[in-house]
Write a protein that binds this ligand. Structure first.
Ligand SMILES: C[S@@+](CC[C@H](N)C(=O)[O-])C[C@H]1O[C@@H](n2cnc3c(N)ncnc32)[C@H](O)[C@@H]1O
Length: 277
């Protein structure tokens, strides 16, 4: 059998699974029209099954509130390429970066179950994860959300202020590394961290969070895109795969990788008693 590789085609959808992307890519194969009808029907059937599963999950999950729904709508309808071209954003920000409905809700549940008071959202984009997590906090709780794009900071402040949970959100404009240093300097302790920006430096950020005790003793770090469209397990020399390996070898923590969306890894310090988390 030939080696399994990362699917080359970039289908116009936000499904992160490499098998789905491979199937969609097959439909663009040069000789596709000449393939047996039974094979083509089979491919269509599997694509429909996967779509139906995704849609079912979305339908069954609790619906997002008004402001979260507006954030999704805005993110998907904005011309991000034009904003970048006109110099409003320093980087091209694809709408597919949005955490969105199911993952946002999952984060909200985790923050609530953690009974967190202080949350750190690394990578704000249009604010979906920040506001989702703020919804789970008590009135005196706080989400520090960090991004380097001035455009997003200006935009999101207005959006957050239109939500009853917006006053719990503090935007930290600047590089992730600088934000982490400032939090350490201020002696802030965080109960729940969502790591979703600057993937090349995840290992550095992770060490800093633990070494400087920014992460509260019973706190949790949730790391996004740990499967990275399949690249983490189909290739091994990329930064995400290396980060995952680093975590598996770190005796200070225990971790669980959940195949939600593009893979969310939950990390907690290992307890004092053997096996405790
Ligand atoms: C994947 S998006 C975050 C998505 C967001 N969590 C959500 O719920 O939709 C990553 C964001 O991080 C920002 N970013 C990337 N690298 C950064 C860095 N080194 N420092 C600060 N922000 C960064 C980008 O501008 C982008 O808005």
């Amino acid at each position: 059998m030939s080696e399994i590789t990362f699917p080359p085609a970039e289908p116009k959808n936000n499904n992160y699974q490499p098998y789905y992307r491979r199937l969609v890519a097959l439909k663009n194969h040069g000789n596709y029209k000449d393939w047996p009808q039974e094979v083509k029907d089979g491919i269509d059937h599997v694509i429909k099954l996967i779509d139906a599963r995704e849609n079912y999950v979305e339908d069954v999950c609790s619906k997002p509130g008004k402001v979260l729904a507006e954030i999704s709508e805005f993110t998907e309808t904005t011309d991000w390429a034009e904003l970048h071209k006109s110099g409003k954003t320093t980087c091209l920000l694809p709408s597919s970066m949005l955490t969105g409905h199911v993952e946002g809700l999952f984060l909200k549940f985790l923050v609530s179950m953690q009974q967190a008071k202080y949350v750190l959202d690394i990578g704000m984009f249009t604010g979906y994860s920040a506001l989702s997590m703020a919804e789970a906090l008590p009135a005196d709780g706080k989400v520090f959300t960090c991004d380097r794009e001035q455009y997003l900071a200006d935009l999101n402040r207005k959006v957050f202020d239109s939500s009853p949970h917006g006053k719990k959100i503090e935007i930290r404009l600047g590089d992730v590394g600088d934000t982490l240093k400032a939090l350490a300097k201020d002696g802030v302790q965080i109960d729940f961290v969502f790591l979703d920006a600057g993937a090349e430096k995840y290992g550095e950020y992770f060490d800093f969070l633990l070494d400087k005790n920014i992460l509260a003793p019973r706190g949790t770090i949730a790391v996004d895109n740990t499967l990275w469209f399949g690249r983490s397990y189909l290739e091994h020399e990329n930064h995400r795969a290396k980060f995952n390996k680093k975590i598996t070898e770190d005796r200070r923590v225990q971790q669980v990788l959940l195949p939600v969306r593009d893979g969310i890894m939950l990390i907690r310090r290992t307890g004092d008693v053997d096996g405790q988390v």
